[in-house]
Write a protein that binds this ligand. Structure first.
Ligand code: MN
Length: 487
């Protein structure tokens, strides 16, 4: 937190001190008479400090005056000393603090966790996606995978299979305080979902697209910093084959390496981002450069994505305060908090976001934090905020974005199955991912309008269709013995 200095205020006060009684600045309520006479006894440097920091320290001037009411001159001075102590002790001190976290570089297995398996040690086989079931249908038996997709392990598999979407787990949860997001990938693999037809559009992404489960990216859950470096390499590895990486988190720290990895392949500033989240995640100035509250700031600060191509959707709750919105405004960022939805309605906000996503750059990355959904839909997340999107609002906008944009990456993050002992959170997270897969499949089949809905599933066309069916002999015949026949 950076406190603004108020030189004008201090000048006013110092001036007024010289011409007692103290005249209150317009921002400052009148200083109570007894307090005025005590403040006049403070050394000028301490008075100045109190008048600069006091309001921020207690929240308001009124609260400061209440805190100081009835205190002696010595007690007021001790109060200021305590404030100054806290400020200086909060800062880095090279005498007592670690400037970096040392690593044991003598460890024999230092890099073991992220080493690629050499081909000579791997099972010999033709490159390409591997179907993991005894059964002919990918929807039967076998091993649970993302979207019921076949498995791929190496970039050669992606290339050999002309893979369009590689879904990869990133079980990182060290970037958050309320952990368990490392179980997100396994919950989504087993979360009551095997892909399939999207009824709204009658498009089946599993049939239209070549999708694979690309396993999990290795994570060092003792270090977010080390982990995100490796995630960046792996995301770039997928993108370099031409496949779209779908990253299943994991906490939202991943947004930084996901964006950076895509920028490594597609170019810095070459794509836009739509960030669905109840939090803006552009925190800065903390001791750690990467946490799940800071990936947006770091991605923009390092130049991987331009702020003017960054769109925030669904913000609500206490964070950020006015400084965060001012930062977004000053950097040209677009934002659509739930307060705007309250003001204009979801339809208008959704249309604005869709239009903005197409401005500037065709290529798009979608970051979907499941906490943008209302906790009624996703109780399984570490920082839930009430008043969020419904699934009926979220599905059409994600499907439309993925239809209308040249999508180069998608992440779904912050699912914490430990906080939800039902199927709900993983199921809804999977349906969001499926909405995007559907959009990509729609685009491939030539549908360019993101709001497209199938006539077949949205209009029964009765009684005309029934009469037509009867005439054509397509109407079901009654069979009283149906279900009784023996094999
Ligand atoms: Mn987030």
């Amino acid at each position: 937190m950076i406190y603004p200095v108020k030189p004008a205020l201090v000048a006013t006060l110092l001036l007024s001190l010289a011409t007692a009684p103290l005249i209150a600045d317009e921002e400052m309520p009148e200083i109570p008479g007894e307090l005025q006479s005590i403040l006049e006894t403070l050394p000028s440097e301490k008075l100045e400090y109190l008048m600069e920091e006091g309001e921020d320290f207690t929240g308001t001037w009124e609260k400061l005056f209440v805190r100081l009411r009835g205190k002696s001159a010595g007690e007021v001075e001790a109060f200021v000393d305590a404030m100054q102590y806290l400020e200086s002790a909060s800062k880095f001190n090279p005498e007592t603090d670690m400037a970096s976290i040392p690593l044991n570089t003598e460890a024999e297995d230092f890099n073991g966790w992220k080493l690629m398996n050499p081909k000579a040690l791997a099972t010999q086989r033709e490159p390409g996606p591997i179907h993991l079931s005894y059964y002919a249908s990918s929807r039967s038996g076998g091993v649970q995978t993302f979207a019921g997709a076949p498995l791929a392990i190496y970039p050669e598999d992606l290339i050999a299979g002309d893979v369009e979407v590689a879904i990869v787990g990133a079980p990182l949860d060290m970037g958050t305080y309320y952990r368990g997001q490392r179980f997100g990938p396994q919950a989504m693999r087993t979360g009551y979902y095997r892909g399939g037809n999207d009824m709204a559009t009658m498009v089946n992404p599993s049939k239209v697209l070549s999708i694979v489960d690309y396993g999990d990216i290795a994570i060092d859950n003792m270090s977010t910093e080390i982990s995100v470096h490796h995630v960046r390499e792996r995301v770039a590895e997928i993108a370099a084959t031409g496949a779209i990486p779908f990253i299943v988190g994991g906490d939202h720290s991943l947004e930084y390496p996901d964006i950076a990895g895509l920028a490594d392949v597609h170019g810095k500033g070459s794509f836009g981002v739509v960030h669905f989240d109840s939090h803006f995640d552009a925190g800065k100035g903390q001791a750690h450069y990467i946490t799940h509250g800071q990936p947006v700031y770091r991605a923009i600060k390092e130049g991987h994505v331009k702020a003017e191509n960054f769109i925030q959707v669904g913000l609500r709750g206490p964070w950020p305060g006015d400084w965060g919105f001012e930062w977004m405004r000053n950097n040209g960022m677009r934002y659509h908090p739930m307060a705007e939805v309250e003001k204009k309605g979801w339809k208008e906000v959704m249309e604005d976001a869709l239009r903005e996503a197409r401005e500037g750059t065709e290529k798009l990355f979608i970051s979907f934090d499941v906490d943008v959904l209302d906790p009624a839909f996703v109780p399984g997340t570490g920082t839930p905020v009430p008043g969020g999107l419904t699934m009926r609002e979220a599905i059409p906008i994600v499907r439309a974005l993925c239809t209308e944009s040249d999508l180069i990456g998608f992440e779904i993050v912050e699912l914490d199955p430990l906080l939800d002992n039902t199927y709900r959170s993983a199921l809804n997270a999977n349906y969001i991912m499926h909405a995007c897969l559907t959009g990509i499949a729609m685009r491939k089949t030539g549908i360019t309008d993101g709001s497209y809905l199938s006539e077949l599933s949205t209009e029964d066309q009765q009684p005309k269709a029934g009469k037509r069916g009867l005439k054509a002999g397509d109407t079901e015949e009654i069979d009283p013995d149906y279900g009784r026949s023996q094999p």
